[in-house]
Design a protein around this ligand. Structure first.
Ligand SMILES: Cc1cc2nc3c(=O)[nH]c(=O)nc-3n(C[C@H](O)[C@H](O)[C@H](O)COP(=O)(O)O)c2cc1C
Length: 546
């Protein structure tokens, strides 16, 4: 047996964990001639159940009230515009219905599947949500698992926790749900989905007039403890859940309770419920996922101050969209095909880019306690007033010099388009028809070429991972949040988006002349006019409860 020696460098961090992350990232790249390791064909007999349940836990059916929420989508962006709702069970029900709840069912040829307000790679939904709260109107204090199938809360433990003026929402991932289909690359997708879920919660909370903060001081072990994920007796044969993050959700600016006291009280309480088995007979094991999950664990730290980029961005312009927040959030869909002709106006396009800037007082970036590390490399196909070609949006002005040095393709000219708003760090790099390149690099998917534009999210990878292997997850969360903004803003502009997790990593880097590993593309996305699949029937989200 060989024991690996952990080297600690001067920063006191384990170099090994960072090496594990870099190796994992490298080996899970898709290449034009070789995809990352995955199952050879889908084993339908072991397809995981997309709904976790805790049998034996008391089930509280939540009311379906989101239709009655008057907030408009555009109010979400304007501080105090959405009337603040009191903290109680009914409003928590709205929060969950509009973030992790089912948005519709699709039916075709005898099969039926649920879609949710949060998107998910392959619609496999590895993300589970939990509520941790004190006693409040309509709800006893304790820890609850959110069961999206029935829109209910499963009480894992009842106890009077000293939480007032807000609640905690925890997220976990079940890696197997994604690994069943995607093999080794699945860990990346679980992290994207966590970022989408985080943003979905932020938007839903904003529609209630509430604030959200990611609590960066909590360590993963603490999150596992408070949510009961480490109660191996309750999971027995069932697929485990990996702790991701914890959010403080509150109607008013006030501070969250400290982890130690909450954990100690919850451990003294009686816990109930056994996790269901999701796959009768899992066939594949992907040890690199367990390895990278362990390497990217985060320890508890002192509370961090808000470190978002301050950027002197002017306030976001109003969007000309009169849809209710509930309607827009529920109608969000991934387009499966684009019409290949509809152009986006430059006005709508620039407004959309603007929502991607990390304004620390604007949804969803006000929930995010880290600086921006991701920039956009765009393939513009059909935006009025813009030449087709390659473009870049740098989300942090201080990164611009580094990016100019990293993008080494000769002809790139970094020219600001004539009608681009002055504050947007958006540049044309190269003129030309980029459709074929976009399609080929996004695993030959037509949607990357047939929309108004598609893009790749470029992360300041090596430098950030050097600060801690745990940052690997956060880079994907940031990418997932960006994807979520794109999804909702595309809907608000009357078109649609689709997240693209399948792309050829290094082919993308080559196209822009990126030669070393410092900058890495972590997620792709496309925006355009979707063509609905008329064979599919759409059914309402919770009719099955009747
Ligand atoms: C991280 C991520 C990666 C995705 N990758 C792809 C992709 O490569 N191709 C694609 O057609 N759809 C992709 N999707 C879209 C999902 O298939 C879609 O979200 C899922 O089927 C649920 O549908 P909905 O978004 O309409 O709710 C991706 C979504 C996410 C969140």
């Amino acid at each position: 047996m060989t024991l690996s020696m952990k080297r600690s460098d001067t920063s006191g961090m384990d170099q090994d964990d960072r090496d594990i992350v870099r190796r994992y990232h490298q080996r899970t790249k898709h290449h034009m001639k070789r995809y990352a390791a995955g199952p050879h064909g889908l084993d339908w007999a072991s397809q995981p159940d997309p709904f976790r349940r805790f049998t034996g836990a008391e089930h509280i059916t939540l009311p379906l009230l989101a239709d009655g929420l008057p907030s408009l989508y555009k109010d979400i962006y304007v501080s105090q515009q959405a009337p603040e709702r009191p903290l109680n069970r009914d409003n928590i029900a709205v929060l969950l219905e509009l973030s992790l709840g089912i948005s519709a069912w699709k039916q075709y040829d005898g099969s039926r599947w649920a879609l949710r307000c949060n998107p998910s790679s392959g619609n496999l939904h590895p993300t589970e949500g939990y509520v941790v709260c004190g006693d409040m109107e309509g709800l006893r204090g304790g820890v609850y698992h959110y069961q999206s199938f029935n829109h209910g809360l499963e009480q894992r433990c009842a106890c009077s926790l000293p939480i007032s003026g807000g609640l905690l929402i925890g997220l976990s991932s079940i890696h197997w749900r994604e690994a069943w289909k995607y093999g080794e690359r699945a860990f990346r997708y679980c992290q994207h989905d966590t970022g989408h879920a985080l943003a979905a919660i932020r938007y839903a909370a904003a529609a209630l007039g509430w604030q959200v903060r990611l609590l960066s001081n909590w360590g993963d072990e603490q999150i596992a403890r408070i949510l009961g994920l480490d109660r191996s007796e309750d999971y027995a044969q069932a697929e485990p859940e990996d702790p991701e993050l914890i959010l403080w959700v509150t109607p008013e600016e006030n501070s969250a309770a400290e982890p130690a006291e909450l954990i100690s009280l919850s451990q003294k309480a009686k816990w109930q419920g056994k996790a269901n088995l999701l796959s009768a007979n899992p066939q594949y094991d992907w040890p690199v996922i367990a390895e990278v999950a362990a390497a990217t664990k985060k320890n508890a730290t002192h509370p961090e101050s808000h470190t978002n980029s301050e950027g002197d961005w002017p306030p976001l312009r109003d969007i000309p969209c009169e849809l209710k927040a509930t309607t827009l959030i529920r109608q969000r869909r991934s387009m499966q095909a684009c019409d290949g002709s509809t152009a986006m106006t430059s006005e709508a396009f620039y407004r959309l880019l603007d929502t991607l800037l990390p304004r620390s007082d604007t949804v969803p970036w006000d929930a995010w306690p880290y600086p921006p590390h991701i920039h956009m490399l765009l393939f513009i196909h059909r935006v009025t007033g813009l030449e087709a070609g390659l473009y870049i949006l740098t989300r942090d002005r201080s990164a611009e010099n580094g990016l100019r040095k990293a993008l080494l393709r000769d002809e790139l000219d970094w020219r600001k388009p004539a009608d681009c708003p002055a504050h947007l760090p958006f540049f044309q790099l190269l003129e030309g028809d980029a459709r074929q390149a976009a399609r080929a690099i996004s695993c030959h998917q037509e949607i990357a070429a047939d929309g108004a534009f598609s893009l790749g999210m470029l992360a300041d990878f090596d430098r950030v991972i050097e600060t801690g292997a745990w940052y690997y997850r956060r880079l994907f969360w940031e990418a997932g949040m960006l994807g979520h903004v794109l999804y909702l803003e595309a809907e608000a502009a009357g078109i649609q988006g689709t997240g693209i997790g399948c792309y050829f990593d290094d082919a993308m880097h080559d196209l822009f002349g990126i030669q070393d590993s410092r900058w890495q593309c972590l997620y792709h996305f496309t925006v355009g006019k979707g063509v609905p699949d008329t064979r599919l029937q759409t059914l309402p989200p919770y009719k099955h409860r009747d």
